[in-house]
Design a protein around this ligand. Sequence first.
Ligand SMILES: *Cc1c(COP(=O)(O)O)cnc(C)c1O
Length: 248
Amino acid sequence: MSQQHPENLEVIAANLQEVKQRMQAAHQRRRCEGREPTLLAVTKYAEPDWIEALYQLGERDFGESRPQQLASRNEHYSANNGWNDLRWHLIGQLQRNKVKAIIGKTSCIHSVNSLRLLQQIARHAADQQLPTRVLLQINISGEQAKQGFGSEEILAISKQLGSSKYFSICGLMTMAPKNQENDAIRAVFRDLRELRDKLQQQVPEQTFLSELSMGMSHDYEIAIEEGATIVRIGSELFQSCTSESNND
Ligand SMILES: *Cc1c(COP(=O)(O)O)cnc(C)c1O
């Protein structure tokens, strides 16, 4: 354990409680349709003791954007070191030459943004016989700078979205545009859900697109109202935490 700042546990406990209450309220506004959404704690900027506080508070799903940091944290927080059942999700861009190193270390790759990457992951998962779950990242808003498949593009390759023994495509992921009105954000999340429903009709029959990974600190309530099953939250969980580099 690295509890250099014991007050962080209290701060994070309060933040977590607030986020969970808001998640629950949003789920109720959706009339509790579907299962309760999963909170994915995004730890890309988190210090080890913040992660450990969340673990102590019962959280098990953690998201990292850099494959290398995911791999090293996966190794550090292992059963051998007394940490059980942490699930690491990759939410940032993955290059094809990093696939081999990440297979088996992640519970789910949310950021599959090309057919070549998808095929590379499927091949390595089969070769190494390590079950691998992925989500397809979709660029709903069509912004040039955004990663992901276009809606038309993914529908056009739907027949190639098969799952296999060691490889499962479990759903879709998106990011809403920044600095937009709530209505525009809501439209993006609704479009993702509708795209999923349409795509589900077309994909090979062993593929079940049950997950919708959408919503971050500033828009997760809207995402849940529109059917998110996973929300990815960083800054909201760690606000007011004391960092190593700060001197008290
Ligand atoms: C950083 C990040 C998040 C979390 O963002 P916050 O605004 O800190 O909640 C969610 N999803 C992705 C893909 C990210 O890179």
